[in-house]
Design a protein around this ligand. Structure first.
Ligand code: ARG
Length: 578
């Protein structure tokens, strides 16, 4: 179905193309920041004014006149420095809304040109505990994969484990020097990290340790059976532990393909790039150069060290070639923190020179900060372990639920605490613009007020409760007269679900969906307070009661379907009660 935001975008595009032969970048149409001024707005005039040499307000007025009144909207108004505000026609919106009643996809069609989208996320380095940075990657990547999939793309998710890097030289050496191996069975990640830190400390006192570790790494990479066997025990044990964390987070990868999966392809990548003249020897090493890229001119991409060792970059090039050739990837999303921006710019620039037909997107994020505005650490100043963070979220949620609902059986309390705790943790992350750092506060993310998971879950629970009651009483949703402001606000918002998902897709930013769902929940609460659903008029049974009840139930149903689907896409478990 066509939604009002899409319709108005198309109107604007055709006006702009006719008049100026160009259009400003997306988003052309957005929800109005303040619903008092309209339903949708466009800043097209502000963006375009300079380029076409017309003063922004004058340009806005011209665009307003050209768009005029449409099937969906009243004539737009010019506001402020040159915004266009659109007000939607209530009858047209209500009609569209009722036509979607009971459609599980809420009128959202699947992409007519589906793409193969690879989402590379989580991807922790083994022999280290997962930390909060990996939590961000895991949560963001999972949400993006779900949105792309819902919109009809062929999505392949992959956990690109760091299982072949230089850390294994150190770990192998440390493990052998210790000579005892209790610990690998319970808590392998912690154990390996401990070994790693121990040997690093010894390396400070004894400079030959680094050389010994390099020798262990070389042996491993050349296929030494003893080192290979040890390595594979480390990796298997770590994977099992990671699997438990992913299980708790409700995350599943189509493929777990670590760096080691490409180890036999590294030499051929170097050969291919050298033969094509893309990579060149440089002081004994091999690099890709970018002479025509002003930003990267002086930043060669090192792909083989002078001692013959391959790097992170080499593996990423092999993985890239594999994903394009074997999986036919049209688009690859790499979800990592912002410190890897240069790496992915170089990777994308290399792919271009290589002629690989793929779009590379680095979906990068900032840091999670503690209340002191420094990267989140434990009280002892250590990085926070993911497992502990999850456990604490559940513990804190449990305390809240136990207080609110002492009546519930223990197992049920625990189940709700899990959904609320983990959901709140995920939502705190997803609801931020990912490029910004954010301050982590338990009180805020677990609050039942404001833009939080508990608030959304609470709204969802309320919607479901009404729907269950209605069903028990034999009432069903259907078309009817909707006219009041709170009702219309909800109707219009529900028609903006699809355009919101398209924005998440095009910018790789789930926080648009969070903001939207928060608005839906708020609008629902207001509607719920102003408009009785099951007994819609004081003289129950009076004329029109039936159809008003049906229409309001339809609103509850539409809101529940939208909010429920939205939570699914964010990877947050829904609840029927809390
Ligand atoms: N292992 C890396 C890290 O922990 C992230 C890998 C991201 N994916 C990739 N294909 N480079 O920082």
């Amino acid at each position: 179905m066509q939604f009002p935001a899409d319709f108005l975008r198309n109107q604007l595009v055709s006006v702009l193309e006719r008049r100026f032969g160009e259009r400003p970048p997306e988003p052309l149409i957005e929800p109005c920041a303040d619903p008092r001024f309209g339903d949708l707005q466009s800043n097209a005039a502000l963006v375009l004014a300079k380029r076409v040499g017309i003063e922004p307000r004058a340009l806005a007025a011209e665009l307003a006149a050209a768009v005029g009144q449409t099937e969906w909207s009243l004539p737009p108004e010019v506001a402020g420095p040159g915004f266009l505000n659109f007000r939607l026609k209530p009858e047209r919106c209500a009609k569209a809304f009722f036509s979607l009643l009971g459609d599980p996809r809420l009128g959202i069609e699947k992409a007519d040109k589906p793409q193969t989208v690879v989402v590379d996320y989580s991807s922790p380095n083994i022999a280290k505990e997962m930390h909060v940075g990996h939590l961000r990657s895991t949560i963001l990547g999972e949400a993006l994969a779900r949105v792309y999939r819902f919109l009809g793309h062929r999505v392949i998710t992959v956990n690109h484990l760091g299982d072949w890097g230089t850390q294994f030289g150190m770990v192998l050496l440390g493990f052998k020097r210790r000579g005892e191996e209790t610990g690998l069975e319970n808590g392998p990640l912690e154990y390996l990290e401990e070994i790693y830190q121990e040997i690093q400390a010894s390396a400070k006192a004894d400079p030959t340790i680094r050389e010994q570790a390099k020798a262990e790494l070389r042996k491993l990479q050349n296929g030494d059976p003893e080192n290979l066997a040890l390595w594979s025990r480390f990796v298997e044990a770590s994977k099992a532990e990671l699997a438990r964390i992913y299980e708790e987070l409700g995350v599943r990868f189509d493929f777990t393909m670590g760096e080691s999966a490409y180890r036999d392809q590294l030499a051929s990548v170097i050969r291919e790039l050298c033969a094509a003249g893309i990579a060149k020897p440089s002081q004994g090493a091999i690099c890709v150069f970018f002479p025509n890229d002003p930003e990267l001119q002086d930043k060669p991409f090192l792909i083989r060290k002078s001692d013959g060792a391959y790097l992170y970059a080499t593996t990423d090039l092999a993985a890239l070639r594999f994903r394009v050739k074997e999986w036919r990837a049209d688009r690859i999303l790499y979800v990592t923190d912002g410190r890897q921006r240069l790496h992915f710019r170089q990777l994308a620039a290399t792919a271009r020179q290589w002629g690989l037909p793929v779009v590379i997107e680095h979906v990068w994020f900032g840091s999670v900060l503690g209340e002191d505005n420094k990267p989140l650490k434990t009280r002892e100043g250590k990085p926070i372990k993911l497992r502990e963070l999850l456990a604490e979220a559940v513990r804190r949620a449990y305390a809240i639920i136990a207080e609110k609902r002492p009546d519930l059986p223990e197992a049920r309390k625990m189940q709700i605490a899990r959904a609320v705790g983990i959901g709140a943790l995920k939502y705190a992350d997803l609801s931020q613009n990912r490029n910004l750092d954010y301050v982590f506060r338990w009180e805020k993310l677990l609050s039942f007020e404001g833009n939080t998971a508990p608030y959304l879950l609470n709204a969802y629970v309320r919607m479901r409760a009404i729907l269950r009651k209605a069903e028990a009483a034999g009432f069903s949703p259907g078309p009817g007269p909707l006219s009041s402001e709170p009702e219309m606000r909800l109707v219009k918002l529900l028609l903006d679900f699809c355009p919101t998902l398209e924005r998440v897709e095009s910018e790789g930013r789930p926080h648009f969906l969070c903001t939207y769902l928060y608005e839906v929940a708020r609008a629902f609460h207001r509607f719920y307070e102003c408009c009785p659903v099951l007994q819609p008029s004081p003289q129950a049974g009076g004329e029109g009661t039936e159809s008003l009840r049906a229409a309001r139930l339809a609103l509850c149903q539409g809101a529940a379907a939208t909010l429920g689907t939205g939570l699914d896409l964010l990877g947050i478990e829904r609840l029927e009660e809390m």
